[in-house]
Structures are given as C-alpha cells and as structure tokens.
Design a protein around this ligand. Structure first.
Ligand code: HEM
Length: 520
C-alpha cells in the first residue's frame, strides 16, 4: 500500500469520526467546544473540578454538556432542573456511571454508592431500609446523646476538633453496625478504616487511571495492567476489615445492624462477603461525612462569627443554662436549625455532587439526554446561585428564616436526589443538629492568635478534591462559655450510661415498642 493510500484512509476515518460525533452530539445541551476523539477530556481538571464546571454553567447555561472521551456528561446548575430530572424522572436517572478502577477492580461491584441501578442494588436497598428509616433513625438518639456528651467533654481538654469529630462519627456508626464503641479514636480498626477510605478516594480519582478512560483495557492480563495489582492489594485490605468487623459483630452479645441483616430474607440471597461489604460500606459512609460537615460548620463559625451570638441567645432562652439541648428541642430552635441548613449549603462535603447516569435516552427542554450519560448535579453551582441565595458566599443562617425574594426554587437537596438519595440522611441530620446545638450551647469557638498578636486568618475557600471534599487544616479554640457550662458538660458525661450493650438493648426494645420490625 502506498503512503498516499494510507494517508487518504486516515483522513477518511477522521472525517467519518467527525461526522459520527456531529450526529452523536446533535441536540445535546450547549457546552464547551469539543476536540475529535477526546472531546473535553483535556479541559477536565483533577483538582477542584467543580470550579471549572461552574464556570461552564455560567457560560453555557444551567444545563450544559461536555464529552469526556466516549462519555457524555451533563452538568446541572439549577435546583428545579435537578429535581425535575433526578427526582421526578427517577426511573431514568438513577443509574451510576461505570467506574472501572474503584467500582469493579477495587470493590468488585460491592460498593453500594457505585452499584448500577439493577435488581441486586434494589435487594441491598431493601436490606438496609428498615434500619435507616426516619423512625428507626430516631431510636438511635441514646447513642448520639452519649457520643455527643463525650464530644463536649473532649473539647474541655483539646482543640483538636478534627479528631474529636472523627471519633464521634466513627463510634456512632461502629456501635450501630457492629456493636463496637470507639472510645479513644485511636483504635487500630479505625486506622484501618481510614486507610480503606483513602484507597477508595485514590482509586476513584478522575483522570488518574487510563482504564477509567478506556474501559476495554481492563480485559488485559495483570502483567500488562499494573492498575490491577494496586486494586487487588486494596481489595484484600478492605475485605479483611469488613469480614473481621462482621465476625466481631456477630459474636457480640448486643443487638447491631450486622445481626439484624444476617437474620433477614435478603441476606439469604447473599454470600458472606457480599453481606460483610454491605455493612462495611454503610459504616464507611458514616465515617467521614458527618465529621467533615462538622469541620465545615466550624469553618463557618471562624469565618462569620456574628451568627453565634444569635444562636446562643435562642439556646439560652429556650433551653436555659442548666441542661443540654436534645433532639426533642429541634422544633423550638429554628435559628439553630437554620445554622445546620446553612452549614450544609455554604460548604457541601460533595461540591461536585455524586454522579448519576441515565438508563435510557430522555428529552428535556428540547435537549437530547443520551442513554448512559453521566449526570452531575453541581451542588457548588446550585448552592452559590446568586439568583436564589443573596450574598451566597456568606454564612448567613437568617436566609432560611426569611421568605426568599425571588420565586425561584432554592437548592435544598444537600443529601442528593431521587432513588439514590443518601440513605443515612436521617441519622446524619440528627447528628448535625445535636452536635451544633450542644457545641453552641456550651462553647465559644475562636480563631487562634498569630505571632503578630492578631487572630490568624483562615481561607474559607481552601478545600481538598476527592470523593468527600474537606477544608484544608485550620485551627480553632473551643472555650466553655462559663464555669457553669463546664460543670454541666462534666456532670452530663460522668452520669451518662456508657455501656454500648445496654444502650443497643434499649434501642432494640424501643423499636419493638413502636412497632418496628426487628429481625436480629
Ligand atoms: C453530613 C452527612 C452526610 C452527607 C452530606 C451525605 C451526602 C450524601 C450524598 C450527596 C449522597 C449521594 C446521593 C445521590 O447520588 O444523589 C450520599 C449517598 C449515600 N450516603 Fe450519605 N451523606 C451523609 C452521611 C451519611 C451517613 C451517616 C450514612 C450511613 C450511615 C450515609 C450513607 C450513604 C449511602 C449508603 C449512600 C449511597 C446511596 C446510593 O447510592 O444508593 N451517608 N450521601
């Protein structure tokens, strides 16, 4: 074959490809200009990608499309469009995009968050639903009460708030899932669990693995696919943690989710490892989320301290000085509830949203949304939308108590959408309310003082990338509001029931008494 024929053939293929892409992209929502083959891949940042995506939304409109290799991605930057598609058309928009490295190689299809929307996924949802319902979640209050009392007590002797929040969140979810209280936060199993989270975040990083861009490469044998070795090592580490915790839970005398699940009809259709992963993924999901959201709240206090006085006035009037607020007080504490909502809006722990995918082609506002497209509801854009939130960069709880000026729908889906909405949201919201109310009741939180004698400045826009985005390290000082507050915190902790077996037993009794079906 002469060189001329080769050249003409290549040119012909390129032309055919361009024609194919033109047809493929017809009627898609507008978006940045694509290059042949790679589309916008070269424009997808690995660090803080939501900032670039928000810029695209501002330039091209609230529903924007881009092409990452063979994958069409639709970005949504408007709360009502996100609800129209992800909530109201949940039958189409509840799948997840394929993530070869994190979803298939590392977690072997067993990570609930990444599961495709199929019968197996629904089986897992049926298994989990009874322990995560609003009514069941309310019965976990005695554990949240105990752990939050320890949290307040810990703040009397340390300002290391990251550790204090992490211990709270981990101990709560490990008690529920496995009957294991984590009293110090330095337990080896917790270190192991954090390593697993880190590995998952690494495996899930966009732009890190060639196999995520070109999934067909995954059929290569391990000797030609070095990523498989990494995934296999991570998998064995994770499997050991979930199976080990499951064994401890089943051997424990107390009621826990592991026992509850094992006794269910759904579990009889699962292997030991699939069941252990189910419990393990729930435990993982509860580890970082609540604690990082509490760091966002702390960042809000340091950056916009004015709201604290108003919250404390409300707490003093409604609760008084002699007792801690409880979950029952929520309806009487609208300002504190607004602080919780504002923490979730101001800095989401998932600013890039968690991607959904379409199960079939759809039509919306005259645009074609292809089957298999990745759908990103961009929390960062919706939470900072100036048309719906006045001065959105400010932490201003009042906005949740005022009647919004514009008639436009505001972003409130902090826990996601439709059939993939966060299943731990009732537990999470109860924790956030209780922690925020109790911390504001008992403490003033101040910035640390620098060498120049002035409060150290903290940049409230400095965040990490990754599955869960957290603030970069900053310092804060937790001071009890008075000697009296300190005494109440000490006595509440000293008088608390600390035996997790007794508390879990009382939770089981409570569930039976209110008519919940208890299996374990
Ligand atoms: C402040 C705390 C939390 C926040 C902000 C949060 C947020 C989210 C978001 C945005 C999603 C994705 C929803 C979607 O795809 O539309 C999600 C999924 C999920 N969350 Fe949470 N979450 C929190 C705490 C928790 C806790 C405590 C648990 C478990 C006890 C949990 C369990 C899960 C699970 C299992 C999923 C996967 C749902 C699925 O794909 O079907 N989350 N969460």
């Amino acid at each position: 074959m002469s060189a001329t024929i080769v050249l003409w053939s290549i040119l012909g293929l390129v032309v055919l490809r361009v024609i194919y892409e033109r047809i493929r992209d017809r009627s898609l929502p507008p978006g940045p200009r694509r290059l042949p083959l790679i589309g916008n891949f070269h424009q997808a940042p690995t660090e803080l990608p939501w900032i670039t995506y928000r810029n695209w939304i501002q330039e091209y409109g609230p529903i924007t499309s881009a092409q990452f290799g063979g994958n069409t991605v639709i970005f949504i930057g408007d709360a009502s469009i996100a609800r129209d598609l992800l909530d109201k058309r949940g039958n189409i928009y509840s799948d997840r995009p394929r993530m070869v490295m994190a979803g298939e190689n590392l977690t072997k299809g067993m990570h609930l968050l990444l599961r495709r929307y199929d019968e197996r996924y629904k089986l897992h949802q049926r298994l989990d639903a009874p322990v995560l319902s609003p009514r069941a979640s309310k019965t976990y209050y005695p554990l949240q009460d105990l752990e939050s009392k320890q949290l307040l007590f810990d703040f009397l002797s340390t300002n290391h708030f990251r550790k204090v929040y992490e211990r709270y969140a981990a101990s709560l979810v490990y008690s529920l899932a496995y009957g294991i209280r984590l009293q110090t936060g330095a337990e080896p199993m917790l270190k192991h669990a954090h390593q697993i989270q880190e590995n998952f975040g690494y495996a899930g990083r966009v732009g890190t693995w060639i196999v995520d861009a070109l999934p067909f490469l995954n059929i290569l044998p391990s000797c030609l696919a070095p990523w498989k070795k990494t995934a296999e090592a991570f998998y064995h580490l994770e499997k050991a943690l979930h199976l080990g915790n499951m064994q401890t839970a089943l051997a424990s005398k107390s009621w826990n989710w592991a026992k509850e699940f094992l006794a269910s009809k759904e579990a009889s259709e699962m292997s030991d490892i699939e069941l252990a992963y189910n419990v393990g993924i729930l435990a993982d999901a509860g580890l970082d989320t609540t604690s990082v959201q509490m760091r966002m709240f702390t960042l809000g206090v340091i950056s916009y301290p004015e709201f604290v006085t108003k919250a404390q006035q409300e707490l003093d009037e409604v609760i008084g000085l002699d007792q801690l607020p409880t979950l029952e007080d929520e309806p009487d504490l609208p300002y504190v509830t607004a602080v919780m909502k504002e923490s979730l809006r101001w800095r989401s722990i998932v600013p890039g949203g968690i991607p959904h995918a379409t199960l079939e082609e759809d039509d919306y506002l005259g645009y074609r949304i292809p089957k298999g497209a990745t759908i990103i509801s961009l929390f960062w854009a919706m939470a900072l939308d100036e048309n719906t939130f006045d001065r959105p960069l400010e932490f201003r709880p009042e906005r949740w108590l005022e009647v919004p000026e514009s008639g436009k729908e505001r972003f409130v889906n902090f826990f996601g959408y439709g059939r993939r909405i966060c299943t731990g949201r009732h537990i999470a919201k109860n924790s956030l309310f209780l922690l925020i109310a109790r911390i504001l009741w008992g403490f003033n939180i101040c910035p640390t003082i620098g060498d120049d004698g002035k409060p150290k400045q903290v940049n409230d826009m400095h965040m990490t990338s990754g599955f869960v985005s957290s603030p970069l390290p900053f310092e804060a000082i937790f001071k009890p509001r008075s000697e009296h507050h300190k005494e109440i915190i000490e006595s509440s902790w000293h008088n608390a029931e600390k035996d997790v077996g007794v508390i879990l037993g009382s939770i089981k009794e409570k569930q039976i008494s209110i008519g919940l079906k208890v299996r374990g």
